[in-house]
Design a protein around this ligand. Structure first.
Ligand SMILES: Nc1ncnc2c1ncn2[C@@H]1O[C@H](COP(=O)(O)OP(=O)(O)OP(=O)(O)O)[C@@H](O)[C@H]1O
Ligand SMILES: [Mg+2]
Length: 413
């Protein structure tokens, strides 16, 4: 059971919206989401701070709304990072087992992970996560937890995620200006995966896509570990922009039409619905049918899905995606997107809302909230794990059971 004083807060800085969730433990040890807050993104572009003061204000607005609802203040938050500021690669490390009985210790595992991180990283980037995929003991593959096993040579295959140092520093600075601290910065798709994927999917192989406003982030998971992570700089706004250009209407109207009448799979359009589009500058209003809208949206959404498919195929075998496709983020709300994803990938697809292992406030039971919800679930799993360690060590006090998050992420995403 985790201390009832522990607060877990998650911050998702999206291109459109900033979302915050605050959760705490009840006296029965159960995690309860006590607050949520949302603000319109300002001062950020694709999750990157471009105007510190505007970003500070937008971030504070969302956090304060969540604090008010929770009836408590928050000082530290887990922050999700995604988009083009992230990149990743797979790497491998090898060490000789050091213990006298050749029993693999925690120190050996730390050394092999250290060896795996010996890759050339540009000066302006930092390693965000080293996520173990599997360990190999004397050519025996597929070992998940090598500690206490016997061997001579220990190898680790890992997925390394790097992020732009200045992007992370600017997020921290925007938060610090309002006296908030980024407890840890977490790859956004790891959080979304935590909220969206079942254990079976992660084990057997799955591709998760978070379709946001201006980027679509993806992660493929197999054997319980991330295999490929990445992002393409296209999302819902490009589909809106196509509508705006073709129909010659402002983006705001195009966005409304897309959300009310948009669809990207023809056979789902049952009866001919129409949108009346007012003419600009006194021009005549025109009527646009749902089929016409579909003809505009479908090629763009197909293009985004194809880009991800090509990205995945370049790095790994599609056979790894055995259970299918999972879609999250606001872009996944476009009707017909599961049918389209199924036709592009030839795999079954579903849209994921935050999983119901804990009760989310009503407005947050939506796939747009999956990333923020995943941060809370990650924090919960790690707090629980660290509290176990504290109990084992018979310590009576722990300043913050979320410490050491980075180290355990690979286990919990
Ligand atoms: N009902 C809907 N139908 C179609 N698209 C929708 C719907 N609702 C939202 N969207 C689209 O979802 C996108 C916003 O999604 P989301 O809120 O997940 O983005 P974000 O997190 O702010 O951005 P990002 O993740 O790119 O930084 C917008 O492009 C919007 O047009
Ligand atoms: Mg997002």
């Amino acid at each position: 059971m985790v201390d009832s004083e522990v607060v877990i807060a998650g911050l998702d800085i999206g291109t459109n919206s900033i979302r915050v969730l605050v959760a705490e433990y009840g006296s029965d040890g159960k995690l309860l989401v006590s607050g949520w807050g949302q603000s319109r993104s300002q001062g950020t572009h694709r999750g990157v701070v471009v105007n510190i003061e505007a970003a500070r204000e937008a971030i504070s607005t969302a956090i304060e709304a969540a604090e008010q609802e929770a009836g408590r203040t928050v000082t530290e938050l887990l922050v999700a990072l995604g988009g083009s500021s992230i990149s990743s690669l797979n790497s491998r490390g090898v060490v000789a087992v050091s213990g006298k009985n050749r029993e693999i210790s925690v120190a050996d595992v730390e050394r092999v992970l250290e060896a795996a991180r010996a890759v050339v990283i540009p000066m302006d980037r930092d390693i965000l996560h080293i996520l173990p995929q599997e360990y190999i003991i004397d050519d025996q593959r597929g070992v998940r937890n090598p500690i206490d096993m016997i061997g001579i040579r220990l190898e680790a295959e890992v997925h390394i995620v790097t992020a732009s140092v200045s992007v992370m520093k600017n997020i921290e600075k925007a938060m610090e200006r309002s006296d908030y601290k980024a407890q840890e910065i977490v790859l956004g798709t790891l959080a979304t995966a935590r909220a969206s994927l079942s254990d079976e999917e992660k084990e057997m192989g799955v591709l998760l896509m978070d379709i946001g406003t201006s980027s679509t982030d993806f992660i493929s998971v197999c054997g319980g570990a991330p295999r490929v992570t990445g992002s393409v700089p296209f999302g819902g706004t490009q589909a809106t922009s196509d509508l705006s250009v073709v129909l010659k209407i402002p983006m705001e109207w195009a966005e409304r039409i897309k959300c009310e009448l948009g669809c990207c799979w023809e056979t789902l359009i049952r009866e001919e619905e129409n949108a009346i589009v007012p003419g600009i500058g006194g021009r005549k209003a025109i009527s646009v049918s749902a089929s016409e809208i579909c003809r505009i949206l479908k090629p763009r959404v197909t293009e985004i899905l194809m880009m991800i498919k090509r990205g995945i195929e370049k790095s790994t075998n599609m056979i790894d995606i055995n259970t299918g496709i999972v879609l999250a983020g606001g872009g996944a709300l476009l009707p017909g997107i599961t049918d389209l994803a199924e036709s592009v990938f030839g795999q079954p697809a579903r849209v994921a809302n935050p999983r119901s292992s804990i009760s989310w406030p009503n407005p947050c039971r939506n796939t747009k909230w999956s990333k923020a919800a995943g941060l809370i679930l990650l924090g919960d799993a790690i707090a629980d794990k660290n509290m176990d360690k504290v109990r084992e060590a018979q310590e009576t006090e722990i300043a913050n059971p979320l410490r050491g998050l980075l180290k355990w992420l690979g286990e919990f995403f």
